[in-house]
Write a protein that binds this ligand. Structure first.
Ligand code: NAG
Ligand code: NAG
Ligand code: NAG
Ligand code: NAG
Ligand code: NAG
Ligand code: NAG
Ligand code: NAG
Ligand code: NAG
Ligand code: NAG
Length: 686
């Protein structure tokens, strides 16, 4: 990858592949910088931005007017204080007594340092000698909201980080007043990837250009925000001062039911550690844990709508984002514009003890059997390593199921030793492998790598399995330099605090015996998802010890009459948000919703269906919806065979066929969708 000026001379990438190479700024090698998890955003080096970037941009008192060819930022009256994003545009600290001044000093007037979108289709990129003409821009900002909306005498705030992709780019000083450049679009699609704990700003960096193309042909802006407690928003939840300590304990506390010699003893250990973690959250964050429930997040979303100056909220909310969306719609029914809830939860279940866990279990094993194994057999040995003939005989689904069963059983008794040059001695364990399998059910593009991994493991070679688990299993990356920029600790416990606030007043038994029974039930219902989901809800046993009365939790019905119906999308093989829940929500919402039953694999509608796409576009662009409550849509392609229809796509496939590479790409996708499961699963940092 080259410098901005080199990029500007390159031909534009094809419109379908949004090459991150065009994101020319917003990059730095420093781990303190936002979005460091995106190698494609951070690998740009050899420029003045590479290090010490933050100091470089500080406004010096004697410095002259730091305006750019696009004028000065933040612009007057902008509620989000937007600046073109650079590595320095992280929200100012809460302790800062003059945050607006600090922020304004973070404005870097050099357009080559900013993050521009891909050139528009059909343009040359250098038209009129202006490398940025017709290109969208990433704008970074923040919005201050009350920490406690319900208590006027509490003056504390939360500072929400936002990133907006503005499709019209920026207006140059002196552009005609009627030029469309630099204007916000008529509607802004607000996005949230899920979790709880998913970062909307990171999601915007990864997906905003795709989302505006997908739903609006590039007409509407896209804005992502980090929910309170998450990522760059302040205060950030961090209950462990160092990620290495979380990893250290998680080995002891995330053992699966199938491999614990005494589930009761295992539960005692996990529960004791959860008690310690909740206390640490209290010691380090005080009463913050009271203000993190989904009802508060929905109020923040309303503040974002107001700051956008739009009468109605337009949004694409995914996974737990659909929980925020349902809550928002119920609390602000007159503000609902065009909301897509994709990968639909049913938030009523989250009010019940352990509900966030047990409501998710329907279909992960169906996805394994019909999808991962069944589609493997259908695709054949050319596309799926597990379909290679055994002893000269073609593989059948029932043989393959038996083989995998035997492999996992053997692993449950005997972990497999492995060696990796990067980490030395290591083990392939049942718990870690099953957690990785669960993650793979979210995203069928990971299946060829997983199939190859299991095939090699079955043949007695554990190297690939170890590499994959090593990248999926830990928060702390021993290869990260310790200084001068230590990585801030992760916000992993935010997930538990949100889930526990939402179910704080659940009735019924709460003793360890009850939880033991729940664990047994969940894991016997679903060997893939049961443990991970169980460990996500178990900490709630200790939430009310510290925060007996969370604030602003929504307990009303979900059947309010909305200004405009919402569009629900639920997937037949979704491992996290089963179709059953989308249907129950539709049933409660009645005429205020329509449901697309999306027949495909993975979590949310990532298994692309042109039918789903066209309904979603008509809705977001025009507000039109199908008449019938439910519409069936089918995925266009099959797993293992994505893109093999066209030559160009087949070539692209070979490029990414290194299984470890492909797995890492999968984890980069997963980090948005599936934060906050059991400790051993929350660790897709690299
Ligand atoms: C925000 O999330 C990104 C992507 O996961 C990560 O690289 C970055 O370090 C996070 N920033 C903060 C301030 O937590
Ligand atoms: C774009 O490039 C093509 C071929 O180089 C040239 O013919 C055309 O005039 C250019 N268009 C603009 C708007 O500069
Ligand atoms: C409201 O805020 C004030 C000031 O922080 C505090 O003293 C009071 O206890 C709060 N009331 C409630 C009900 O939380
Ligand atoms: C958006 O991304 C999805 C999944 O990667 C891809 O299938 C789709 O073609 C992309 N859409 C656009 C408009 O780029
Ligand atoms: C998903 O789970 C439900 C409930 O167990 C079941 O009725 C349905 O058939 C499953 N879906 C698929 C595609 O297997
Ligand atoms: C084991 O697998 C690794 C990774 O797939 C491969 O590089 C290595 O050659 C294999 N070793 C043997 C002995 O086949
Ligand atoms: C577990 O399942 C058994 C049998 O269906 C049931 O009696 C018990 O109440 C369940 N336990 C929990 C905690 O749901
Ligand atoms: C919503 O459902 C409740 C019962 O759950 C019912 O009492 C109420 O009348 C319904 N409201 C509307 C607007 O349909
Ligand atoms: C939106 O409405 C316009 C005018 O009715 C129509 O031409 C266009 O095809 C519609 N777009 C979609 C995506 O339905």
């Amino acid at each position: 990858m080259g410098r901005a000026s080199d990029l500007a001379r390159q031909p534009p990438p094809s419109p379908r592949r949004l090459s991150p190479g065009w994101i020319v700024a917003g990059v730095a090698a420093s781990a303190l910088v936002l979005f460091a998890a995106f190698p494609q955003l951070t690998s740009w080096s050899g420029s003045s931005l590479a290090s010490g970037a933050a100091e470089h941009f500080v406004h010096h008192p004697g410095q002259l007017d730091n305006s750019s060819p696009y004028g000065k930022f933040p612009q007057e009256g902008d509620s989000f204080h937007f600046l073109p994003c650079t590595p320095a545009t992280l929200p100012p600290a809460l302790e800062d007594s003059a945050p607006e001044r600090t922020w304004a000093a973070r404005f870097d007037p050099v357009p080559e340092h900013w993050s521009w979108g891909a050139p528009q289709v059909g343009e040359n990129g250098t038209a009129g000698g202006d490398p940025y003409a017709g290109r969208g821009i990433y704008l970074c900002g923040y919005l201050d909201v009350p920490l406690d909306y319900t208590n006027k005498s509490d003056t504390r705030i939360a500072r929400l980080a936002v990133t907006k992709f503005q499709v019209s780019g920026l207006a140059r000083v002196g552009d005609a007043a009627d030029s469309s450049a630099g204007r916000k679009s008529e509607r802004t699609i607000v996005i949230e990837p899920g979790g709880p704990g998913g970062s909307g700003t990171s999601y915007a960096w990864r997906s905003a250009q795709n989302i505006t193309e997908r739903f609006t042909d590039g007409k509407f802006d896209v804005l992502g925000w980090d929910p309170r407690g998450v990522n760059a928003s302040l205060p950030a939840v961090a209950c462990f001062p160092h990620d290495a300590s979380r990893d250290h304990w998680s080995i002891l506390t995330s053992l699966h039911h199938a491999v614990s010699k005494s589930p009761r003893e295992q539960l005692e250990i996990a529960d004791a550690m959860n008690a310690a973690i909740m206390r640490a959250c209290w010691e380090r964050q005080g009463d913050l844990g009271r203000f993190l429930g989904t009802g508060m997040v929905a109020r923040d979303l309303e503040q974002i709508r107001i700051a956008l100056g739009e009468d109605e909220l337009t949004g694409y909310l995914v996974s737990y984002g659909t929980g925020i969306g349902q809550t928002y719609a119920s609390m602000f029914p007159d503000r609902v514009g065009r909301l897509i809830l994709d990968g639909t939860e049913y938030v009523r279940d989250h009010r019940l003890r352990g509900g966030f866990g047990w409501t998710a279990l329907d279909n992960a094993t169906d996805a394994w059997r019909d999808g991962f194994l069944g589609e493997c057999v259908n695709a054949g040995p050319e596309h799926c390593a597990l379909a290679k003939p055994k002893e000269g005989k073609p593989v059948t689904l029932s043989d393959l199921e038996k083989r995998m069963d035997a492999l996992l059983r053997s692993l449950a008794t005997t972990p497999v030793p492995a060696y990796l040059p990067s980490s030395g001695p290591t083990l392939v364990t049942y718990s870690a492998l099953v957690d990785a399998i669960y993650g793979a059910m979210y995203n069928a593009r990971s299946w060829p790598s997983l199939a190859q991994t299991l095939s090699e493991l079955e043949d007695g070679n554990s190297t690939l399995a170890a590499s994959i688990l090593e990248t999926s299993a830990w928060y702390y990356d021993p290869e990260t330099p310790c200084s001068p920029n230590p990585v801030p600790p992760s916000d992993a416990e935010l997930t538990n605090l949100v889930i526990c606030a939402d179910s704080y007043d659940a009735s019924g038994p709460d003793d360890l015996g009850w939880w033991l029974s729940l664990w047994g039930n969940m894991t016997s219902q679903n060997w893939i998802a049961g443990d991970s989901r169980f460990y996500t809800v178990l900490p709630c046993r200790h939430y009310t010890t510290y925060w007996p009365q969370p604030v602003g939790v929504y307990r009303g019905d979900l059947n309010h009459t909305l200004k405009h119906p919402v569009l629900l999308i639920a997937e037949t093989y979704d491992p996290a948000t089963p179709l059953r829940n989308g249907r129950r929500l539709l049933h409660e919402m009645g005429d205020n919703a329509r449901l697309i039953v999306h027949h495909g694999y993975g979590h949310s509608s990532r298994d692309t269906s042109s039918c789903t796409e066209s309904i979603a576009r008509a809705y977001i662009l025009n507000g039109t919806l199908p008449d019938s409550p439910e519409t069936n849509c089918y995925a266009d392609e099959k797993p293992y065979l994505y893109g093999v229809k066209t030559k160009a796509a087949a070539a692209a496939l070979t490029e990414t066929q290194d299984p470890v590479e492909a797995w890492q790409e999968h984890l980069r996708e997963l980090v948005f969708l599936k934060p906050g499961l059991s400790p051993a699963m929350m660790v897709w940092k690299r």
